[in-house]
Structure formats: structure tokens, C-alpha cells
Design a protein around this ligand. Structure first.
Ligand code: ARG
Length: 716
């Protein structure tokens, strides 16, 4: 026994540290990764992955709704992404009578596919390095010695480039994105489709199985997927929603492999990672931890109240499902990050890296001139702004989270946009204001908000610097009777319901009511407090920008010759590596996949996060798994692990095998490496993926949507 364990442990330790770290830029794949990709086992050429002249894998990958990734899996524009990515759209389509979020849904025909208001998906056309073009413009303008003129010249050139690109690519949008802390610029051309319809999803008990308890953790058993479809005009181009629109015919779509994965198999992920901090300094990281701690503590106050109300009332549960999940997701992530920072000595390692960097800088005069002050500049900015930016976080995470304030804020922003055009509080302004808030009332529970308001204001009073207390709420905030204030706020404000707001705004004295509304007053008081802090927050921001740019440039020169990748910035990237287990702590080995048996093991009918639908249990007991079991063990594999380098925004990304066939969807990271946005941990960091065979099993057997299976290309 001992020997076997020792062998297993040894095997785990000798896992080849092949390709793993890196969110690689697609246009540079050949140059940076061509050989390594092959060595890692990839059977595709970089050109087959990303090409601007020929059809390539990238044509099947979409930016889903701006914050997630999705992929096209049929010739008729069928999209698969995560359940948590479709979550708010599904929630918006749900009512207590048709609760697609809780009960699941499958459109049995095209007519049943439900338009998702406001949802868009974006296809990448091309990315072109325009750094040199912009640098030349900058150099020329800089001769005049006028900073404003340089800025203006750069802005004009950027505008010329994007306008040209949009002209050359009909129906596309072009933008310039900055990489490596401002050292590199790309012109990115993409096409946005805006008629997106919901096709189907499993019930939340499957799509979000394990809830917040399992979130960010392994072992995992979540069927985290949902399906949508892109619709286009008759010419296959983007169009507003119309019943006449047709399913989009894509340039490319992914084939799906039923072969499953073995430990050590090649795996790669393409998608839209949102933000990482791999080029930040220790000073910035400490500041980030401090700010996150403020947000964690603040969110705890609000989430506890939301959770209590959600558990007590299914109507509140549906209305607050999405708000709660997104609040809790960040809240748990930051806590994991804090623990991982401590355990993995992230700050210490960063500081040692910076010391070594400074030694290298110090060795040459030229380097000293270029990079010698970078760290200093960043540190002085952080020091100068730190207290103010923490205070801003407290304001935005505490009083600003009172939903009534949010309503007043959205309403007044919309109204002010019109008023700025010179009109008085006339019909146009009011219509805009009402339109801006109407949807929000659909998911609003005023009694809950009233309770939250008391708790949040009391919490704010405890935490804020008294010198910065909110002003203008009637008397001294330090001694304000908060429950009485909140009662009056909610009793008097017209923002507590849409009907009340609409009636008031359509009455003759609307202007007076609006201007004297206590919710608007509270909102203005919070904004004034934030504005008072802004000068401090932004003081020296140019230093920060300069220092960050120099630091990144220095690091690149320091590691010259080594492949490099910039911080994530919501542009498409590739990460490649392997299917691998890991050891979370001494003596514990985590296998690289989970099975349906684990869903049954975790079942707890008394806990809303661990309910197993009766139908799923029935399928499990009957062994009714269709073609979706693993050839090696005859089981349904639910989730698996890779060492791919991902972050938020990659959710829903395709996990692809060596031939570029879909084997899973990335949906999470693991608890032991929650510092991964800052440093990659080869031994610990894993990407959690839902097995595509589990997805298809759920579509066909649980959802009864066999026609979806018939629509996609399965590779057996
Ligand atoms: N942790 C996942 C991510 O950030 C999101 C999971 C959503 N699920 C949840 N229980 N909140 O990509």
C-alpha cells in the first residue's frame, strides 16, 4: 500500500511542467509558441487556430455578453456557454409561472427559442499590431514639446485607423486596445450580433449544483452550461431582433468529441480572459488586498440579509438569484485570494522578484535611465492615493449598494443626459428616466432593500472616517437615528416602486417632487463624498501610468528571448497545457475528474445548494446514460481538470483536444490557487471544466432535447 501511494505521489510530482502558464496573444502564436504547441501535443498549426485570411478556430469563439466566452457548435449558430454566463438572461426570461432558471428549459422548435433583450455576442475578425504606427505619430508630435498636442495627435490617428478599418469591414466595429501596460497597441476588428435567443439550460439545481459552497472549489459536480442561438438578417449580417431573422450561418463551428480525456492529454482553451495583475508591483498588490478586504466585509452584511430573504420566499429567490450570485462570486474569490496570498507568500515572492529586477537594472546606466524609477513612481502613487481609494470603495460597496439609491442614480443619469442637451424636465427627459429604471423594478423587493438600507448605513457609520461622513441627510450623520431616517426615506421617496415613480413624474409638480426626493438627496450626498475623494485618488495617476509602462517594458527586456504574454484585457487568448490532477495539501491527491456518483453523494434535500432533481436520480439508478459514458470506466464523467491558465471572462470557453474538438467548457478556478490572477502556480493551479459528455447527457436525457444532439457534429 505504502509503495503504491508513494508511486502515485511520485507520479504526481513528476508531471511534466510543459506548457501551462500564459494567456497567449493569437497573432503571435507562431512566433511565441509554434514549437512548444507541437511539443505539448497540439495537432493543429497556429494558422489553423488563428488566421485572418482563412477560416480558423477563432471564428467559432465568441465574446458572450461582454463578460464571458461562448462557442458556436453547429452550422446554424447554436451557442454553448456556461450556465452562470446565461444566468441573468435566463433569470430575466423567468417568472414564477415559467421559472426557467429553477426548472430548466428546452425549446423544442425554433419558435420556442426566446429572444434575450440586450444580449449580444461578438466575433473577432482580426487583431493588428499598430504600436509602431502610433509611436511614429507620437514621436513627431512630441518634437513640439506640448503634451496636449501629443495626446491630440494620438487620438486623431487612432480615430483614423478605426474609421478606416470599419470602412474596410462592413458591419464591424474597430477599437484600439492597449497591452503590456501601454507598451503595445492592437487594432481589433470585430462583429457584434444582437439577436440572441435562449435555447435551453438545465435546472439551476444542475447548472449551479453546489452553489456558493462549491464555487471556486474542486472536487466539483456542476453541469455549468446553457445554450443560445445567434440570429441574423437575411444577409447573415447583424440585425435587431425580428421574427423574420434567420439562424446565423457561421464561418466555422466546433465539432464535439465523445472520446473523453485521460490524464496527461493535451488540452487548450480559447476565450476572453477579463483582467489579471501579472505586471503589478508588491505595493499595488498590497493595496488590492486592502481594498478587497473592505469589499468582503461590506458584502457580508448585505449578502446575509439577501440570503435570509431568499430562503424565506421563492419569489425573492428568483428576483435576487443573479444579484446574489454575482456579489457572492467576487466575495468568495477575494477571500480565497487573501488566503492564497498568505500561504503562497505572493507578496514576498513579488518583492524578491522586484529586488532581482532592480539589481539587473542597476547593472547598466541605460537600464537605470529607462527603468530605474519605475517602481518608485508606482509606489509613490499608491502611497498617496491609498487611503482615498479605500474610502471610495467603502462608499461604493456600502451606502451605494442601497438599491433605492441605484434607482435614483440611474433615473437621474438618464434625465441629466437629456437635460444637458438644454431641455427642461420635460416629457423626453422623463421618458428616458423611466425607461432607464423600469426593468430594475422587476427584480426589486422594497422590504428587503429597506432592511439592507438600515444595516448598510449603520455599517458605514461604524467603518467610515467621521471626517468624511455623508453630509446633507438632515442633521449630523454621527448621531443620526438611522432606522428613523430610513423609514422616512422609504416612506417619502417615489423611487420605491415603478408605479409610484411614474405617477409622480407624470403629475404637474413633478419637478419639485423629483428635486426633493430623499433617495435622490442620499444619492447626491454619496456622489459628493466620492467627488471629494477623487482629487486624492487621481493625484499622481500619470506617475502610475508612466511607472507601470516602464516596469512592464523593463520586465520584458529582462526576460528577453523568453515567450511573453500581456495581462488579460478582455481580448481573445489561447492557453494550452494538459489534463492533470493535483495535490491540494500534504498527503491528499485530487483525481482529475469527477463522476455522476459524486452528485448523488453530495445530495442534501435540506440544502438548496445540493438538491438533485428526481429525474436525474432516476436516470442514474437506471444507468440510462446513452452514448455519454467513459469508454474506460463506463461512468458519466461530470467535470475534469486541466492546468490551463484562465481567469474570469474565460467562463464558457471551449476546452479543446489536440485536434481542436470540443471536450469541455471551462467554468472555474480552484481554491488553492486563488492568487492566480497575480502569479501562475504550476503545481497547484487548475482550470475546472465541465465534461462535454455530461453536457450532452443532460441535454438529451434530462432535457429530452434529442434534436439538439442531432444538430451538432459528434466525433466518436
Ligand atoms: N467562480 C466562477 C467564475 O468566476 C463563477 C461561478 C458562478 N457560480 C456561483 N455559484 N456563483 O467564473
Amino acid at each position: 500500500m505504502k509503495k503504491i501511494l508513494a508511486l502515485a505521489a511520485a507520479a504526481l510530482l513528476t508531471i511534466p511542467a510543459l506548457a501551462d502558464e500564459g494567456m497567449w496573444l493569437l497573432p503571435l502564436l507562431q512566433k511565441m509558441n509554434g514549437k512548444a504547441l507541437q511539443e505539448a501535443g497540439c495537432k493543429l498549426t497556429p494558422e489553423q487556430i488563428y488566421s485572418i485570411n482563412n477560416t480558423s478556430l477563432k471564428d467559432a469563439i465568441i465574446h458572450f455578453g461582454g463578460g464571458c466566452t461562448g462557442e458556436i457548435i453547429s452550422g446554424e449558430g447554436l451557442i454553448v456557454t456556461n450556465h452562470h454566463c446565461g444566468y441573468s438572461s435566463i433569470q430575466s426570461l423567468s417568472t414564477p409561472e415559467h421559472n426557467y432558471l429553477m426548472d430548466g428549459y428546452w425549446a423544442m422548435s425554433r419558435e420556442g427559442e426566446l429572444p434575450c433583450r440586450g444580449l449580444t455576442v461578438t466575433f473577432l475578425k482580426s487583431m493588428t499590431d499598430v504600436t509602431d504606427i502610433l509611436a511614429k505619430v507620437e514621436a513627431k508630435a512630441a518634437k513640439g514639446g506640448d503634451e496636449k498636442a501629443v495626446e491630440e495627435a494620438l487620438r486623431a490617428k487612432a480615430q483614423e485607423l478605426t474609421a478606416e478599418a470599419e470602412k474596410a469591414n462592413p458591419n464591424c466595429t474597430a477599437q484600439i486596445s492597449s497591452f503590456y501596460n501601454g507598451n503595445v497597441q492592437y487594432l481589433i476588428v470585430s462583429k457584434v450580433y444582437r439577436d440572441i435567443r435562449f435555447v435551453g439550460a438545465p435546472p439551476a439545481s444542475v447548472g449551479k449544483f453546489g452553489g456558493e459552497t462549491d464555487n471556486w472549489m474542486w472536487p466539483r459536480h456542476t453541469g455549468d452550461f446553457s445554450m443560445f442561438r445567434v440570429y441574423a438578417g437575411a444577409d447573415n449580417e447583424p440585425a435587431d431582433y425580428s421574427p423574420e431573422n434567420k439562424p446565423y450561418r457561421p464561418a466555422n463551428y466546433l465539432k464535439i468529441s465523445l472520446a473523453g480525456t485521460q490524464e496527461g492529454d493535451y488540452a487548450m482553451i480559447m476565450g476572453y480572459p477579463g483582467r489579471t495583475q501579472r505586471f503589478q508591483t508588491a505595493a499595488q498588490l498590497k493595496q488590492m488586498l486592502a481594498t478587497n478586504r473592505i469589499a468582503i466585509d461590506a458584502r457580508t452584511v448585505r449578502q446575509d440579509l439577501m440570503w435570509e430573504a431568499m430562503c424565506a420566499d421563492p419569489d425573492v429567490q428568483l428576483k435576487y438569484a443573479s444579484k446574489y450570485a454575482s456579489s457572492a462570486n467576487g466575495w468568495k474569490k477575494w477571500q480565497g485570494e487573501e488566503l492564497a496570498f498568505e500561504k503562497l507568500d505572493i507578496i514576498g515572492r513579488e518583492e524578491r522578484k522586484e529586488a532581482a529586477f532592480m539589481d539587473w537594472v542597476g547593472a547598466k546606466k541605460k537600464r537605470q535611465a529607462a527603468y530605474g524609477n519605475a517602481l518608485e513612481k508606482i509606489a509613490s502613487y499608491v502611497e498617496g492615493s491609498s487611503e482615498a481609494s479605500k474610502a471610495v470603495t467603502l462608499l461604493t460597496e456600502v451606502p451605494y449598494r442601497i438599491e433605492l439609491v441605484g434607482m435614483a442614480s440611474r433615473f437621474s443619469n438618464a434625465v441629466n443626459r437629456v437635460l444637458r442637451n438644454g431641455e427642461s424636465l420635460g416629457n423626453d427627459a422623463l421618458e428616458q428616466g423611466l425607461a432607464a429604471v423600469q426593468r430594475s423594478y422587476r427584480d426589486y423587493v422594497v422590504d428587503l432593500d429597506r432592511k439592507e438600507a438600515v444595516a448598510l448605513l449603520e455599517y458605514y457609520r461604524k467603518k467610515a472616517d467621521p471626517a468624511q461622513y455623508l453630509q446633507g441627510l438632515g442633521g449630523d450623520f454621527a448621531t443620526l437615528d438611522i432606522p428613523a431616517y430610513v423609514d422616512e426615506l422609504f416612506d417619502k421617496s417615489v423611487f420605491t416602486s415603478y408605479e409610484k415613480l411614474e405617477a409622480a413624474m407624470k403629475s404637474d409638480d413633478n419637478k419639485e417632487i423629483y428635486e426633493n426626493d430623499p433617495a435622490l438627496k442620499l444619492q447626491q450626498s454619496i456622489i459628493s463624498a466620492v467627488m471629494a475623494l477623487y482629487p486624492k485618488v487621481y493625484e499622481g495617476a500619470d506617475k502610475l501610468e508612466e511607472g507601470s509602462k516602464e516596469f512592464a517594458a523593463g520586465l520584458l527586456e529582462w526576460e528577453k528571448g523568453k515567450p511573453s504574454y500581456p495581462d488579460a484585457n478582455s481580448t481573445m487568448r489561447l492557453t494550452y497545457g494538459h489534463v492533470l490532477p493535483y495535490s491540494p495539501k500534504d498527503a491528499i491527491l485530487y483525481r482529475h475528474y469527477t463522476t455522476l456518483a459524486g452528485v448523488m453523494e453530495k445530495e442534501d434535500p435540506t440544502n438548496p445548494e445540493f438538491i438533485v432533481p428526481a429525474r436525474l436520480k432516476e436516470l442514474y439508478e437506471k444507468g440510462d446514460f446513452g452514448q455519454y459514458t467513459d469508454a474506460a470506466d463506463g461512468k458519466v464523467h461530470t467535470c475534469f481538470l486541466t492546468n490551463n491558465d484562465i481567469t474570469g471572462g474565460n467562463s464558457g470557453s471551449p476546452v479543446l483536444n489536440a485536434k481542436g474538438e470540443l471536450i469541455g467548457l471551462a467554468f472555474d478556478g480552484n481554491w488553492e490557487s486563488m492568487s492566480s490572477d497575480v502569479m501562475f502556480e504550476p503545481d497547484l493551479q487548475r482550470c475546472i471544466c465541465v465534461d462535454i459528455r455530461y453536457v450532452l447527457f443532460l441535454v438529451e436525457k434530462l432535457g429530452g432535447a434529442r434534436h439538439i444532439i442531432d444538430e451538432i457534429d459528434l466525433v466518436k
